[in-house]
Design a protein around this ligand. Sequence first.
Ligand code: S3P
Length: 191
Amino acid sequence: MRYWSVNCQRRSIVLIGMMGAGKSSVGACLHRQTSLGLLDTDEIVASRFGMSIPQIFDRHGEEKFREAETEALRRVRGEERIIIVTGGGIVLREENVTILRKHAVIVWLDGDEETLFARASRKKNRPLLQTKNPRKVFSEILTTRRPLYAEAAHIRINTSVLTEEEVAVAILAKMTRINPKPKSLISAKAS
Ligand code: S3P
């Protein structure tokens, strides 16, 4: 992960990570704990199409979904601090990462593969896993994406053995530790 110089405490928080990382639940906890506004790119895209994510993939294809995802990010303005929950594939487009890094501290919710897969397959609403061998597909996607998450993120949290509340607390603690003086600019190595 990169060296960086930002004032964390005055920036938005973006959650990235694989399906099953707990981005939506942790986003909801952060929203409760900080009272910051909450945006979820999957929800924005679903409401734009007026249908669920599986229906979008089925009727319009993945590429149209990805375009709508990027379009949702282009509309995010930097003035207001918010929490942004993203879909697992947000790191696939460089433009997405560039937009997010401009406005926010990027937090990668990671975990061990088995735990992530077990969580991701609990619900049947993930079109990329509706295949004959979802375990294998999951593993391939994770292998491709891990370097992209690592490159994009300022902070990584291993969520495997933490509750959603604990993850939210860990994020806020890391942000405070990295920048203990709210008004100063500091250089810190992301963990
Ligand atoms: C996707 C993850 C999903 C959703 C879509 C594509 C992905 O969001 O955006 O099904 O490419 O990993 P979650 O990460 O919230 O499951």
